[in-house]
Design a protein around this ligand. Sequence first.
Ligand code: SAH
Length: 408
Amino acid sequence: MTLNQMQLDGPARPNGGACVPASPDSLKKISLVGATRSGLADACLSIGVPEREIKMRTAQLWHWIYFRGATSFDVMLNIGKGLRARLAESFSLARPEVVAEQISQDGTRKWLLRFPPTAENEKGAEVECVYIPESDRGTLCVSSQVGCTLTCTFCHTGTQNFVRNLSTAEIVAQLIVARERLGDFPGLTPPTDGLLPHPESRAVSNIVFMGMGEPLYNFENVRDAVDVLSDGEGLALSKRRITVSTAGVVPQIERLGAEASPMLAISLHAVRDDLRNKLVPLNKKYPLKDLLDACRGYPGLSNARRITFEYVMLKDINDSLAEARDLVRLLKGIPAKINLIPFNPWPGTPYECSDWERIEAFSEIIFNAGYASPVRTPRGRDILAACGQLKSETEKLRARARLVVDPA
Ligand code: SAH
């Protein structure tokens, strides 16, 4: 198997394994960071590790990469010197480059990551991920695609071009970088300059797929990433603390539960098809009834494993108290949590955020119907890290910076 053909992170892509033209970039060493177990096994096979050792070697690499956060093969002392050298000759443990790091006054951190081109993805990519510390948890919001094919009218990402899916490795690497930056691998020191959760909880205890992209349009890579993130011998995040958020790709919902079983979040935002068709155009393909049926059938659904319904509060669009009551009726019988999200405006948007009094009244109706209805306080607004603001703003700031430097 040549390096070009080797899949480090899951099943072959739909190009049928067609040969990627050899460019200098695609010949660069492949990083094993983010690889699945079968990816690591393939890597070992490709450098001549005998079949009978593959399981052991894979387990060793897994431990070093994901449990210890190793950045060099040299430290892997339970692997013989010769094999370590062969690994280092063909592979690296490179992380994506952190192009920018911003820390908000409230402790929210945003990283702009650059992924180099690889054999699998000739196009490099830049994505942002955001870390939100609270007293009892630390949540990492990860991206699953660069850009998005959906055109939700209130979401800034929807106004940008879709570039490509992220690979499994690129999704997993977002957590590796975050934990490294937060000093959360053995031997590292946590930073003292930001707010972190209580020392008894893990720095990153939760992951939400709520950054850029529609995770269910990148199903296999997201599924495999959930697998790597939740593996008990490595990064060991509980699947109950991994939430995949979808705008409602109905045919993939059951499959997500069956093949990955993370927690599910649905970007609902409207209680009537006519309005949802406008806000989340995907609704024209998969209307509310189908979406809610798929939710009822989500494998493992119970009062202990509820679906989160996200509802962005848009002034005079979806925020009447009648809609709050309809929302309660609509979700009847589904074990649910409801997250009201104040709309984060962006330049040129036709929408405004609902008034605070209205959000409170709306939330009261939901609360009285028996739901905890936390209003998700916008975090990291000073560093443009709120929902729907990822990457695009950084790009704009850069463009602005370029203008200042180069007025032409
Ligand atoms: N495509 C997936 C995940 C990405 S969006 C999905 O639709 O669920 C993550 C969440 O942020 C979604 O609930 C989305 O509706 C919300 N969101 C997007 N733009 C927003 C904005 N400007 N203000 C508030 N929430 C926004």
